[in-house]
Design a protein around this ligand. Structure first.
Ligand SMILES: [Zn+2]
Length: 412
């Protein structure tokens, strides 16, 4: 009964005693008793609403879920970037941090950086607040059920690494590990703008290319967690196009950031493009921003390379759009730093390749959360896994989910 009451209050379906009585069908005495339990456990609170002037009778009181009862930590790892955040139980960030990393350095140094940022973020929020859950997004395939990374093409040393256990040992809270693009898709579905609530396909084009699909408000992970890994679908039969995964002709080997960068660095070195040569000379390699600046300056070589990459990606995604029929398609990742050209060409190419019924009402937009969608999605994933009714039943009587951490992370 307490689980039901906490769930109704948290979802904002009820925020007063009479509403709780009506929705649960329970008598006033039982509702009062359970509310008192929830307040004593620290998960509910009751606030006096200010009486309106001239109103008679007792002031009304509202019941609220205490989203400050604990905090959740989330981290989103890209090939070369690490975003981390500490959030309340409603998924609102209380602090954020960013650091450049190289995921190829292996799990120990990289996860060490995550821990450092987590400790720093925790020091900035009220020191007494307990960590209730942790979500980690990694740029490779993850078996979601076990929290292990499986055969990641760009993460040497990570194969089979138990990321969940790594953080559980250090923080004693339940941990969920997912592919980083899945967390981004979840973040955009819940907090992105405009918020449409329709099935959402998120495509990340950065160093690599990946996607995440939210249907009916839930992530579609597939049978083992591999769903959405479109960077390694074959888009050309040309066997000279070698991919980082060991195969040939993959989408990201043709259109991903690393392939684009390699191609343009070669062009910059042989002098075909003076704009790119200038940037290559200034810091020894090219980044998404360099390519974007060359495009903005009207450099023909940079422009045609970006257009090609956007169109090939759009063609591949049109196939996914035909298959999954999302209502919203979001483009995120470093490619949106190339400026409007990539997005516009991508958009055109998707609409050309999609069937009429799938394209007709499709919203295509750019990611809207300033590169924080991964940590936002992570905090929501952790909070949902802690607070959904099946989870509440396991720990609510103790007032603290940490006591059943292993059960919680295994049940997700
Ligand atoms: Zn590949």
């Amino acid at each position: 009964v307490l689980t039901q009451i906490v769930d109704l209050v948290r979802r904002d379906d009820a925020n007063s005693r009479p509403q709780l009585e009506a929705l649960t069908g329970l008598g006033r005495a039982v509702v009062n008793e359970r509310l008192a339990d929830g307040i004593e456990l620290g998960v509910l609170e009751e606030l006096e609403a200010m009486p309106t002037t001239g109103q008679r009778g007792r002031p009304s009181r509202t019941v609220r879920f205490r989203s400050d009862a604990g905090v959740v930590l989330s981290a989103c790892l890209g090939a070369v970037s690490l975003h981390a955040a500490v959030s309340d139980l409603a998924g609102n960030p209380l602090g954020r941090a960013f650091r450049r990393i190289n995921v190829a350095d292996g799990p120990r140094p990289v996860l060490g950086s995550v821990q450092t940022l987590f400790r720093r973020l925790l020091a900035r929020v009220d020191g007494d607040t307990a960590v209730w859950g942790i979500a980690i997004g990694v740029p490779g395939p993850v078996e979601f059920r076990t929290g292990r990374v499986v055969a990641p093409p760009i993460m040497p040393g990570w194969d089979g690494y138990d990321v969940r256990d790594h953080f559980y040992r250090r923080f004693g809270a339940p941990v969920w590990v997912d592919n980083e693009v899945n967390l981004m898709a979840l973040g955009e579905w819940h907090r992105g703008e405009p918020r449409e609530g329709r099935d959402l396909l998120y495509v990340k084009v950065s160093t690599g290319i990946g996607s995440g699909l939210v249907t009916g408000g839930q992530l579609h992970r597939g049978d083992s967690g591999a769903a959405g890994d479109i960077g390694h679908v074959r888009v050309t039969a040309d066997r000279r196009v070698h991919c980082r995964c060991g195969k040939t002709g993959c989408l990201e080997a043709v259109a991903g950031g690393w392939a684009l960068q390699q191609r343009l660095e070669a062009v910059a070195a042989d002098g075909t493009s003076s704009a790119l040569a200038k940037r290559l000379a200034s810091h020894g390699h090219l980044e998404a921003e360099d390519i974007g600046l060359a495009v903005a300056e009207g450099d023909a070589v940079a422009r045609s390379a970006v257009v090609h990459s956007a169109r090939v990606t759009g063609q591949a995604i049109a196939g996914v759009v035909n298959f999954a029929n999302p209502g919203t398609l979001v483009l995120g990742g470093g490619a949106i730093r190339h400026g409007p050209l990539f997005f516009e060409e991508f958009r055109k190419s998707v609409l050309e390749g999609a069937i009429e019924l799938a394209a007709r009402n499709l919203t295509i937009r750019q990611a809207s959360l300033d590169f924080n969608e991964g940590t936002i999605g992570g905090s929501i994933l952790a909070a949902e896994n802690l607070l959904r009714p099946q989870a509440l039943r396991l720990w609510l009587a103790d007032g603290n989910p940490r006591v059943v951490a292993e059960q919680l992370q295994g049940a997700a």
